[in-house]
Every structure is written in structure tokens, then in C-alpha cells.
Design a protein around this ligand. Structure first.
Ligand SMILES: NC(=O)c1ccc[n+]([C@@H]2O[C@H](COP(=O)([O-])OP(=O)(O)OC[C@H]3O[C@@H](n4cnc5c(N)ncnc54)[C@H](O)[C@@H]3O)[C@@H](O)[C@H]2O)c1
Length: 337
């Protein structure tokens, strides 16, 4: 199959592209190579095993002359939860309009679409159970709103016409995630502090929970979705995607410390900070996906965190001050207290 991957040069895209090509597929990317995400654009481009068309998914012109593909995997998005609260227009344009153009192209080509949404559509999770795909959309950030609207757009454009799958990942982690983008990824912040021999700051009392899924498991799930498409009349089909296991932020910090090559004497410090869009609990209920035969996560949270810390230890990344500056910026805007 020939597969168009929007955002193919990103964290999930690169892992997925490599696996698809290993299985004999041909991939090409439509990616704007966003500076905030890409530290070394040339090196990251070289990791994508196919042609790259540099362009913005929210630019209708760019969609006019794309080579026809047999399937589209739509990954391109603006992904900073807190940043979305003030870069509202940009987030809406890329995440909603970009998704509309991807869906329209899938309709025109009669090519299946796999569209990446987010667990952010749910807003706050539950302390005593996972969220199911039927739970209400109550996003707490503009990012979550745009992902929810993006899902609606896929329904409107492709519903019952072309096979389509919407996937709502939890926190995706693993080697290759951006180490210099202070607008996403608590784990990258922990890595930066640990490399500098600093203690780990956990916002809140450390009892908040998250469901971390390894990027390899995400790539495998997307491939399974491509191989097990719903019939058009049942499209779009929507799936949660997590490991199905929750850990506390304190455990996240401790597992990170435990994984430091050569050991670490860092300790956990709790700081009383709450950022707009922050939630207490997140856990995917994977019952529906597993009932249809979706692959179970191979990586547990501790192993996934260790894999990230160990393989990223020597990789270039921002200093921990970058996260402090991002937090100051949020505080100035009244988005953190
Ligand atoms: N990583 C996570 O924890 C996570 C969790 C939930 C959902 N998701 C979703 O999965 C998808 C992929 O995420 P990721 O972690 O690989 O993100 P990423 O930021 O690493 O990659 C996104 C890619 O899209 C590109 N891009 C951004 N704006 C674009 C635009 N306007 N036009 C074309 N390309 C553009 C970027 O240059 C980048 O290569 C996104 O839709 C994201 O919302 C990710």
C-alpha cells in the first residue's frame, strides 16, 4: 500500500513509518517540520523512510497536487495543551481545518483514514475507572476542544462513506520524543533535570495518575487499525489507546530516577502549581479495542519509562530552564498558579 502520513516526521510518525516500510508499504509524509518540534530538521528528515512534502495541513493549496495514496494516516497537529490556551487560532486552524482537508482528501481518493485524536477530548478522567469511548467530551483545553471538533469533522465528511478510524492516545512516551519542546511532555522535563543532577519537581501532591503507552505500542495499534478497517457504514470507529495501566506522578518520577544510567540521588519535590488544562486522572478503558482483537500493549509503564530515560540519556535536548521559562510564561498569562 502507498500511505500518506501527515506529520510523518514527528515522534509517532517516524516509528510508524519505519514499521510500515519494513512490512513492504510505501510511505510519504506531508509535514511542515515545525520548529518547536524539530531540533535538528535535517537529521530527523533523514530518519523518514520515504518522500517528504514540506507543507502545512491547514493550507488547502498543499492538498491539491498530492500523489494519490491508498490510505491516509493523519498525525499532524499542534500538541501543546497549555500553549493551546493562548495560540487558539493556530491550534484551531491546524487541528480542525487540517483534519477537514485530510478527511476530504480521503473521501476524494476513497482511501481509508486513520485520524489521531487524543484522550484530551474527555477532560478530567476518573479515580476509580478508565474512560470508555462512550464517555462525554468535556475538554479542559483548547487542544482538547480542537481534537473533539476534529473527530466531528471526520464523522461529517466520511461517516458511512469511507472506512475511517479515530484513535485517542493517552500519554505516548519512548525514545525519539522531543527533548527540547517545553510545551509538551513531563518526561522530557524530568530527563533534563536528571541529566543536570537536579531533583524532580512534581506539580501537585504526586497522587495524580496517568496512563503511559510506549510509542512502539502506538505504532503497532495504528498498523492493526489499518489492517482491520471497519466497513464504511460503521465508520468512523473510535478507539481509546493506552496501556490500560495507571501510575501516579510520584511513580513516574521514581521510575525515571530508578532508570538513570549509573544511578541517581535525585529526590522528588512537590510544588504547588496547577496549569490550565491539567487533570488529576487519566486511564484508558481498552475493553472495546481488545474485544475486536487489537494488540495489547507490550510495554508496562516502568519498562517504557526506563526505555525512554536510558535511550535518551545522551541525546541532545534543552536544559531544564526551558521548562521553567515556559511555566513563567504561563503564569504571566494567568494560565498557571
Ligand atoms: N505524543 C502524545 O503523547 C500524543 C497523545 C495523544 C495524541 N497524540 C496525537 O498524535 C499525533 C502525533 O503526535 P506526535 O507525538 O507524533 O507529535 P509530534 O509533535 O512529534 O509530531 C507532529 C508532526 O506534525 C508536524 N506538524 C505540526 N503542525 C503541522 C502542520 N500544520 N502541517 C503539517 N505538519 C505539521 C510536526 O512538524 C511534526 O513532525 C498528533 O495528532 C497528536 O495530537 C499524541
Amino acid at each position: 500500500m502507498k500511505i500518506l502520513m501527515t506529520g510523518g516526521v514527528g515522534f509517532i510518525g517516524l516509528k510508524l513509518a519505519r514499521k510500515l516500510v519494513d512490512q513492504g508499504h510505501v510511505v510519504y509524509a506531508l509535514d511542515s517540520l515545525l520548529e518547536q518540534v524539530h531540533q535538528d530538521i535535517e537529521a530527523e528528515k533523514a530518519l523518514f523512510p520515504g518522500d517528504i512534502i514540506v507543507g502545512d495541513v491547514s493550507d488547502p493549496e498543499i492538498w491539491q497536487n498530492l500523489p494519490r495514496a491508498d490510505a491516509i494516516v493523519h498525525l499532524a497537529a499542534e500538541t501543546g495543551t497549555a500553549q493551546s490556551m493562548y495560540e487558539t487560532d493556530r491550534y484551531r486552524r491546524v487541528n480542525v481545518d487540517g483534519t477537514r482537508y485530510a478527511a476530504q482528501k480521503a473521501l476524494e481518493w476513497e482511501a481509508p483514514l486513520i485520524s489521531l485524536s487524543s484522550r484530551a477530548v474527555y477532560g478530567e478522567g476518573f479515580a476509580d475507572r478508565g474512560t470508555t469511548e462512550q464517555d462525554a467530551h468535556q475538554p479542559l483545553s483548547v487542544y482538547g476542544e480542537t481534537k473533539s471538533e476534529g473527530e466531528e469533522v471526520v464523522k461529517q465528511v466520511l461517516g458511512a462513506k469511507v472506512p475511517a478510524v479515530i484513535i485517542r492516545p493517552q500519554n505516548v512516551i519512548g525514545p525519539g520524543q522531543a527533548l527540547h519542546n517545553p510545551y509538551t511532555g513531563v518526561l522530557a522535563a524530568f530527563l533534563a533535570r536528571l541529566r543536570e543532577g537536579k531533583n524532580l519537581s512534581v506539580y501537585g501532591d504526586g497522587t495524580a495518575t496517568r496512563d503511559f503507552i510506549h510509542v512502539e505500542d502506538v505504532a503497532d495499534f495504528i498498523i492493526w487499525s489499518l489492517e482491520n478497517l471497519p466497513p464504511a457504514q460503521e465508520s468512523p470507529r473510535t478507539f481509546n489507546l493506552g496501556s490500560g495501566q495507571r501510575i501516579t506522578l510520584d511513580q513516574l518520577a521514581q521510575f525515571s530516577i530508578d532508570a538513570v544510567p549509573g544511578g541517581s540521588s535525585a529526590v522528588i519535590e512537590h510544588v504547588d502549581i496547577k496549569r490550565a488544562g491539567d487533570i488529576d486522572h487519566a486511564l484508558a478503558d481498552m475493553t472495546y479495542a481488545y474485544s475486536l482483537g487489537a494488540p495489547k500493549a507490550k510495554w508496562g509503564p516502568r519498562e517504557a519509562i526506563a526505555d525512554f530515560i536510558v535511550k535518551s540519556w545522551e541525546a541532545p535536548g534543552a536544559k531544564s530552564e526551558a521548562w521553567d521559562t515556559a511555566l513563567e510564561e504561563l503564569t504571566e498569562r494567568g494560565l498557571a498558579e
